[in-house]
Design a binder for this molecule. Structure first.
Ligand code: SF4
Length: 362
């Protein structure tokens, strides 16, 4: 918790800077963990009129409906589909993995890809497909699982990679029209890719940004740093999380990723296909690549159900309460989109923490 003095200092700083600026500032917290932390700490009402917007950094939320449909098809075809719990309730275009599980498909929740490897070892006669989502922070564990599967001869273990890399999504976000004044960059991803890999945010797009940690004080200091850069008109990418993030990142993790994956185009909910934004297995691991080895449906499917606006939430175009379905037809137990399902989803965070704090639609 912040001490009263620290909070007062941060608020004082923000208030003094905001007074000098015309209009309302909009800062995006790119990472879903930041979205949840900001809501949990109750920072949104404290920081008004600053508008804090969520971004594309929730891996479950940006997973495309078509990818879910492909896993649902495999589950229906007799494969064991293993994945993280959050993904089960995310709607595909017609149904969800949870619904398929209720109808008898073998869908299993795991806490790590190594759990899926154990399932494969215990079910050698059956194909086990791990639906892997995440960014640079979770991709190394999936790389290790695939390497282990190859070393141990677990030929029935497959990865369906929905793994994504964050930098191309930042390019896609900033190259399109947006109303953002600054960014809070993800601390976990930055610990792998490093601060300097994100210098382009300021040098190419003139956008002030800070790499930020996950405590209350971390977040407030990051916001204060971004607001200061906006006020001074000197955009940069500063490291407000130096106890974890280095300039060059984690070279061992980067090496592991480079040994295991190639980079290819990937589909993101809310953005469509972004070139060079996904991790796909290298040819030497083709024997474990579900995307290559299974006959999967490849038709385009709508990204959203009905009037769900997850895409707009993920691009920072709206906040969750501006979706007409929020807390009405769309609830945590009956979600219409992934942003209400995932533990890092913006709609889930607003529902759980902000709804009762008077965070109203703009
Ligand atoms: S509140 Fe529900 S329907 Fe609206 S954007 Fe969020 S997940 Fe989609």
């Amino acid at each position: 918790m912040l001490s009263g003095i620290e909070l007062a200092q941060a608020q004082q700083l923000l208030a003094s800077i905001q007074k000098k600026l015309p209009g309302q500032l909009a800062i995006m917290e790119v990472c879903g963990t930041h979205t949840t932390a900001i809501s949990k700490y109750g920072l949104r009402p404290l920081l008004e009129p600053l508008r804090l917007l969520s971004g594309p950094g929730c891996p479950v939320c940006v997973t495309a409906a078509g990818d879910l449909d492909r896993m649902i098809a495999l589950a229906g075809a007799g494969c064991i589909v293993a994945t993280f719990g959050d993904l089960l309730r995310v709607p595909g275009s017609k149904t969800s993995l949870e619904q398929e599980q209720a109808d008898g498909a073998d869908v299993r929740i795991v806490y790590s890809p190594l759990d899926a490897l154990k399932i494969a070892a215990n079910n050698r006669q059956r194909p086990v497909v791990f639906l892997g989502v995440g960014f640079e922070t979770t991709a190394p564990a999936m790389a290790l699982a695939v390497k282990q599967a190859k070393e141990r001869g677990l030929t029935n273990f497959y990865l369906y990679s929905c793994l994504k890399t964050v930098v191309p999504a930042l390019h896609a976000l900033l190259a399109a029209p947006h109303g953002l004044d600054g960014l809070l960059l993800p601390g976990h991803v930055s610990s792998v890719i490093g601060r300097q890999a994100q210098d382009f945010v300021a040098s190419l797009y003139g956008m002030p940004a800070a790499v930020v940690g996950f405590g209350e004080r971390d977040i407030l200091l990051g916001i204060a740093a971004v607001v200061r850069m906006i006020e001074e008109g000197k955009p940069g990418v500063i490291n407000a999380y130096p106890r974890v993030v280095r300039e060059e990142g984690n070279l061992l993790a980067q090496k592991l990723l480079a040994e295991t994956f190639n980079i290819a185009a990937a589909e993101w909910r809310g953005f469509g296909v972004i070139p060079a934004s996904g991790y796909v297995l290298k040819p030497e691991f083709a024997g474990h690549d579900a995307a290559l080895l299974f006959d999967l449906p490849h038709g385009a499917v709508p990204q959203e159900q009905e009037a769900c606006r997850c895409g707009d939430v993920l691009r920072g175009a709206i906040i969750p309460t501006e979706c007409a379905l929020f807390a009405g037809r769309c609830l945590p137990l009956t979600p219409l989109g992934p942003c209400m399902v995932s533990s890092e989803g913006a709609c889930a965070a607003y529902y759980r923490y902000d709804r009762k704090k008077g965070v109203a639609p703009a």
